[in-house]
Design a protein around this ligand. Structure first.
Ligand code: B4P
Length: 187
């Protein structure tokens, strides 16, 4: 299965992708996690990305695409993947279409997890207490929501037009949201 999870920051993409990977038997690929690993390892790429991420902006398409391409070439991605946090803008969506088109393996499903912005702010405030991520302050989260509306929402339309989009409500328990996703995937 080749699945893209879409939704605002804090909508539960990462949370759901981790659970879905066990059910669907395909790897969970999070560009946020790949970037945070590069930051932690203090690679040149990580050093370039850190400041941008801390401000809540999107890291440059070149950096993210390079990283993703490498990850998609790993053996475990040959049978499919769950993409979480990618594509984040139309350029990335088009690059992904091109990349997957070349190997005749297009995205099969895009699932949008919908959550009210104030619920997002509350969830991330909770995560900030537990994990202390630099981009989880209220000010940065509100900025990330603005970036999402401007740059990522057009990606939702991109997949709607491609005829592969499903939408689920992202409020309720993690298990309830998981069930809704499995239903739209008919799994
Ligand atoms: P991400 O790592 O993608 O961060 P995110 O949008 O906050 O989503 P995340 O997956 O972590 O949170 P989730 O919704 O699961 O991106 C971070 C930064 O990296 C970006 O701002 C950007 O700078 C950079 N980046 C990443 N990808 C990029 C790209 N493609 N291009 C350019 N830049 C890129 O969950 C949030 C919280 O909600 C959790 O604490 C969870 O426990 C809670 N939660 C989940 N489900 C819940 C539920 N049903 N009820 C209550 N709480 C719930």
């Amino acid at each position: 299965m080749r699945l893209v999870l879409l939704g605002a920051p804090g909508s539960g993409k990462g949370t759901q992708a981790k659970l879905l990977t066990e059910k669907l038997h395909v790897p969970h690929i999070s560009t946020g996690d790949l970037l945070r690993a590069a930051v932690a390892a203090e690679t040149p790429l990580g050093q370039a990305a850190k400041e941008v991420m801390d401000r809540g902006e999107l890291v440059s398409d070149d950096i993210v695409l390079g990283m993703l391409k490498e990850r998609l070439q790993a053996d475990d991605a040959a049978k499919g993947f769950i993409l979480d946090g990618f594509p984040r803008n139309l350029v990335q969506a088009e690059m992904l279409d091109q990349l997957l088109g070349e190997i005749d393996m297009p995205v099969e499903h895009a699932v949008l997890i919908q959550v009210d912005p104030e619920e997002v702010v509350a969830r991330i405030a909770k995560r900030a207490e537990a994990e202390g991520r630099a981009d989880d302050t209220e000010e940065v989260v509100r900025h990330r929501l603005g970036v999402y509306r401007q740059q990522t929402e057009p990606v939702v339309e991109h997949y709607r037009q491609a005829g592969v989009l499903s939408e689920v409500h992202g409020t309720g328990s993690i298990e309830e949201v998981q069930q809704r996703i499995l239903e739209v995937l008919r799994f």
